[in-house]
Design a protein around this ligand. Structure first.
Ligand code: NDP
Length: 491
């Protein structure tokens, strides 16, 4: 961090001291400017290039630094270097975000929230690229671009489009579980500090002997779950579109450090054989009564970034950033994210995105991967480009620890049909909402307030979807939505 008190001499980008940063070279006092004025030309040229590609999803965000502390041993499950002994602390950076909105959009919009963490272990960075909901809208990644496009702007009008939004959802009904989370009050969290995070995906936690378990991670807010109603969220969208960003920054500045307690759900491969739910289906949870939560740690955010762009905008998270003791599962959406996240970072930040200080692992040593645009390290100096057996011995390697998971089958295109099973967990959520007065009513009125703008055919298909979840939900939704539809659109 620069010493703010020290008087420094202003220079151009090349370091040459400049006598007046607010004046340009020109011919006479009124004549044209001179191309030789490097200070001005460089200033403008840099300004023209300030924007890097906005994230296609998760564009609007906020972040902070903190640490993770292991509270309970899990060495029976994994050889992860972050979990060597109780009390062990690991530094981290965190980025929260909305999903669909552009960079300038309102924080309190109804949307899932991204909740990404990067832990700097001494055996690589481990990223948790989580959301604040335990499930997602789809289970086949080929649907992801089309789904996201339907939640964004119409190709012709460049407006958000209610027909496109509900037409996609009612035609791809595996989404209904996540749609219910989205339109419950949890779809409008009070702040980033007051929401949970879930891995959603199944991962494998592995041991050096090749044995493994399947796991899902839950992080529960120690501040308590707190949400806006639809009215409060809408009010905040116009009163303070940056409310979540401001709340996070100011609470950390005041020393009120938010924290989350971390739990793991564990299933052995043998248990999975008999488990009712497909653990690779991102639209399903593991019921907590059947697979209890086991506490293992807590993380705390205690430091604001000094520079948002450098440290948070450039932070590059990926579920493929793993450490020993953790491996991906066969969840197809996870498999696609393993590719897509680093790919987007290479596009957004460049080939060497992992050299940017916030992304740089503590220990990386890979001299066979070098050069490329914006190489800002010593590029491994004169070390050879290839493994050498002669002196000096360049590196050692570790023993392979990959879990021995085997798969058999023909290579084929597999469409995943929607079945009655897809409505069982949404029905359970309808029941969970019924435990707290007002929650079912809010779900119905939040959907109705949005759906009433869609065409009749699409409204009907959407009532059908929610009726398959629960008769009562479908009936109440129809009644409330139709009452809100303008008379001209009721036919
Ligand atoms: P449980 O009754 O054992 O757990 C229900 C869970 O629902 C709670 O632990 C809580 O999780 C979460 N919850 C409570 N209030 C709300 C709310 N207003 N909106 C959304 N979630 C809420 O049931 P099951 O585990 O059998 O799950 C039943 C349904 O609960 C699922 O279909 C799913 O939609 C939802 N749920 C399940 C989770 C899981 O991993 N099993 C996690 C979150 C929700 P938390 O403390 O994490 O907020």
């Amino acid at each position: 961090m620069p010493d703010q008190k020290k008087q420094r001499v202003y220079t151009d980008g090349n370091g040459r001291p400049i006598e007046n940063p607010k004046a340009s070279q020109r011919v006479g006092s009124n004549g044209p400017l001179l191309l030789q004025d490097f200070h001005l030309i460089d200033l403008l040229a840099h300004f023209d290039r300030e924007r890097i590609p906005e994230r296609v999803v998760h564009a609007k965000g906020a972040g902070a630094y903190g640490f993770f502390e292991l509270t309970d041993p899990v060495d029976d499950l994994t050889s992860n270097p972050m979990f060597r002994h109780v009390g062990q602390k690991t530094k981290l950076v965190c980025r929260f975000s909305t999903v669909g909105g552009e960079k300038g959009s309102a924080d309190s919009a109804r949307d899932p929230r991204g909740f990404a963490l990067k832990f700097y272990t001494d055996e690589g960075n481990w990223d948790w690229v989580f959301n604040n909901t335990p499930i997602f809208f789809l289970r086949d990644p080929s649907k992801f671009p089309m789904f996201i496009h339907t939640q964004k702007r119409h190709p012709q009008t460049n407006l958000k489009d209610t027909n496109m939004f509900w037409d996609y959802l009612s035609s791809n009904q595996e989404c209904v579980h996540q749609v219910m989370h989205l339109f419950s009050d949890r779809g409008t969290p009070y702040s980033y500090r007051h929401m949970n995070a879930y891995s959603g995906h199944t991962f494998k936690w592995t041991k050096p002997d090749g044995t493994y378990n399947y796991v899902q991670i839950h992080c529960k807010t120690d501040q308590g779950n707190k949400t806006f109603t639809a009215e409060e969220a809408a009010k905040m969208e116009s009163a303070n579109p940056d409310w979540h960003t401001e709340d996070l920054f100011n609470s950390i500045k005041k020393g009120e450090y938010p924290s989350w307690t971390c739990y793991v759900q564990v299933l052995s491969p043998e248990q999975v054989e008999k488990f009712r739910w497909n653990i690779f289906d991102l639209t399903k949870v593991w019921p907590q009564k059947e697979v209890p939560l086991r506490r293992f740690g807590r993380f705390t955010l205690n430091k604001n970034p000094e520079n948002y762009f450098s440290e948070i905008e450039q932070a590059a998270f990926s579920p493929s950033h793993l450490v020993p003791g953790v491996e991906p599962s066969a969840d197809p959406v996870l498999q696609a994210r393993l590719f897509s996240y680093p790919d987007t970072h290479r596009h957004r930040l460049g080939t060497n995105y992992q050299q940017i200080p916030v992304n740089k692992p503590l220990n990386a040593f890979n001299p066979f991967q070098r050069d490329g645009a914006m190489t800002v390290t010593d590029n491994y100096g004169s070390l050879p480009h290839y493994p050498s057996t002669s002196e000096p011995n360049l590196y050692t390697t570790v023993k392979p620890t990959q879990a021995k998971e085997t798969w058999h089958g023909a290579a084929e295109v597999v469409a995943l049909p929607v079945t009655d099973e897809d409505y069982v967990q949404p029905r359970a959520l309808w029941g969970v909402l019924g435990r707290t007065p007002g929650q079912q009513e809010h779900l119905v009125s939040n959907i109705a307030g949005h759906l009433c703008g869609a065409d009749k055919r699409i409204r009907e298909a959407t009532y059908g979807m929610f009726t398959r979840v629960h008769q009562d939900l479908g009936a109440r939704l129809r009644q409330e939505t139709e009452a809100k539809v303008p008379i001209s659109a009721r036919l």
